[in-house]
Design a binder for this molecule. Structure first.
Ligand SMILES: *[C@@H]1O[C@H](CO)[C@@H](O)[C@H](O)[C@H]1NC(C)=O
Ligand SMILES: *[C@@H]1O[C@H](CO)[C@@H](O)[C@H](O)[C@H]1NC(C)=O
Ligand SMILES: *[C@@H]1O[C@H](CO)[C@@H](O)[C@H](O)[C@H]1NC(C)=O
Ligand SMILES: *[C@@H]1O[C@H](CO)[C@@H](O)[C@H](O)[C@H]1NC(C)=O
Ligand SMILES: *[C@@H]1O[C@H](CO)[C@@H](O)[C@H](O)[C@H]1NC(C)=O
Ligand SMILES: *[C@@H]1O[C@H](CO)[C@@H](O)[C@H](O)[C@H]1NC(C)=O
Ligand SMILES: *[C@@H]1O[C@H](CO)[C@@H](O)[C@H](O)[C@H]1NC(C)=O
Length: 398
């Protein structure tokens, strides 16, 4: 009895020293049975062969080892070859015969760990989520990409919709929901084109005629055709021209906004285009008039601007010239047409202009061609009852 207890304590000590917590107490006069292999029922580990241990009544490999058919062998680490997931260390899967983490994870040296999202600290590329790079120890997108909340996606081209600056290519401001070209450049088919002329004085020309210009808008630029007039060394952009009555100027507001007529003949450039031209720097206006007797005169203004919004109001000052200042009366007033009239000024005088209360106007250059008196192409200071033969309104950047 005494000697049995000593043996038991000795065996128990041996088991503890080996780090195994398996019950090795030998209650019978048992012998080792080497044929006890994987999954054989057992009562203690001495019955099991090789490195197998008796766990829960079966011969098994301990957790970090696996059965290769003949032996308990060490499980394989990430990137090692395998034939099944059990060959690999815990948390790894055997995929394409390689032990690896699922794509959402990376191997940190001992376990698969969830990959990190944008702006997390990192030490190497695989720590960051798919599509992110580890740059300067931070998970971030490539230079031409931005983080859309779950992935890095390519930054947007000019003209594409955006909700924040970082969505657009670096040089493009996100303005009004669109990735825009920088101020000095023009948008065309998702490209920013530099140095396009925005008005006649930007073009290298020496004869009057029709040319393409690209007035700058707040969000984009578009090509329009304009008539350019050269006077001395100055190149003017025509915004209104009449000389033979071939075009009807009694039109609705939407037509006045868009523009109408023929750019090489009688023409109204359109309030929207006039606005876009006039806000790009400070502009001056020259009004050139001629009556049926061949008498010419002009009214020049050092400042001319048409605001946008609904009203397209007129901002004008700095008169000089020979025709007299008949436009000042309209300064600060909105543009009216028969379908958005003011005191019936447009309807009563078959016109469309910057009208105010009282006399409506002192100039009515869009009035009826050959209309009688003030209802005609009219400039009060030229002659109080004159319907003029021709009128040109043209502008240039100062
Ligand atoms: C041992 O038993 C486990 C659980 O029943 C089983 O998954 C495994 O395939 C068996 N191993 C062998 C070599 O038969
Ligand atoms: C199992 O592993 C042992 C030890 O590494 C090796 O000798 C034996 O050939 C392996 N058996 C198989 C079937 O791969
Ligand atoms: C891997 O991750 C585990 C769990 O977060 C951690 O305990 C261990 O220290 C990590 N290993 C390395 C090498 O960073
Ligand atoms: C990442 O960090 C940058 C710079 O600090 C910051 O502007 C950005 O909003 C951050 N992104 C996210 C998704 O938190
Ligand atoms: C306008 O009046 C002039 C001179 O009376 C005339 O020659 C011309 O044909 C008229 N034009 C139109 C469009 O009525
Ligand atoms: C008005 O402008 C026109 C066009 O440039 C010019 O020919 C004319 O001399 C100017 N008149 C005055 C008085 O400045
Ligand atoms: C202007 O013309 C109208 C109508 O043609 C005429 O009744 C009026 O007397 C004229 N006024 C002047 C000052 O010529």
């Amino acid at each position: 009895m005494f000697s049995t207890l000593v043996v038991t304590i000795l065996i128990f000590n041996l088991a503890v020293n080996e780090g195994s917590f398996v019950n090795l107490i030998n209650d019978d006069n048992d012998q080792l049975k080497p044929e006890y292999t994987i999954n054989s029922t057992c009562r203690n580990s001495l019955e099991c062969s090789g490195k197998l241990l008796c766990l829960d009544g079966n011969c098994q490999c301990v957790a970090d080892l696996t059965w290769n058919g003949t032996n308990c062998i060490t499980r394989k680490a990430a990137k090692q070859e395998c034939s099944k997931t059990e060959d690999c260390q815990p948390s790894l899967s055997c995929f394409r015969q390689i032990c690896q983490c699922p794509s959402s994870d990376f191997w940190n040296g001992s376990i698969c760990t969830l990959r990190k999202t944008v702006n997390s600290t990192c030490y190497s590329y695989p720590e960051c989520k798919e599509s992110l790079e580890c740059k300067e120890d931070i998970c971030q997108c490539r230079e031409n990409d931005y983080w859309d909340g779950s992935y890095c996606v390519i930054k947007k081209l000019p003209g594409m919709k955006c909700s924040a600056q970082f969505e657009c290519r670096t040089e493009l401001p996100c303005f009004d929901g669109t990735c825009n070209c920088p101020d000095i450049e023009f948008l065309k088919e998702h490209k920013c084109l530099p140095n396009l002329p925005s008005e006649c004085q930007d073009i290298d020309i020496d004869t009057d005629g029709v040319y393409s210009v690209y007035p700058k808008g707040k969000t984009s630029s578009r090509r329009i055709s304009v008539y350019c007039i050269i006077m001395g060394k100055q190149k003017w952009t025509v915004i209104q021209r009449r000389y033979d009555g071939s075009v009807d100027f009694y039109r609705s507001l939407s037509e006045y906004i868009k523009g109408f007529g023929r750019v090489d003949k009688e023409h109204w450039l359109g309030l929207d285009n006039i606005h876009r031209l006039s806000i790009d720097g400070t502009h001056e206006l020259s009004v050139v008039l001629e009556d049926w007797e061949g008498q010419k005169s002009e009214a020049n203004y050092s400042k001319f601007k048409v605001y946008s919004g609904n009203s397209y109001s007129l901002d004008i000052s700095g008169y000089s010239g020979t025709a007299g200042d008949s436009l000042h009366y309209s300064n600060g007033y909105s543009f009216y047409t028969f379908d958005r009239d003011y005191g019936d000024c447009a309807k009563r005088n078959t016109g469309a202009f910057w009208f105010q209360s009282g006399e409506c106007y002192r100039s009515n250059l869009n009035g009826k061609y050959n209309g009688t008196g003030q209802a005609g192409v009219y400039w009060n200071t030229f002659g109080p009852n004159h319907s003029l033969k021709s009128s040109i309104m043209m502008i240039r950047r100062r």
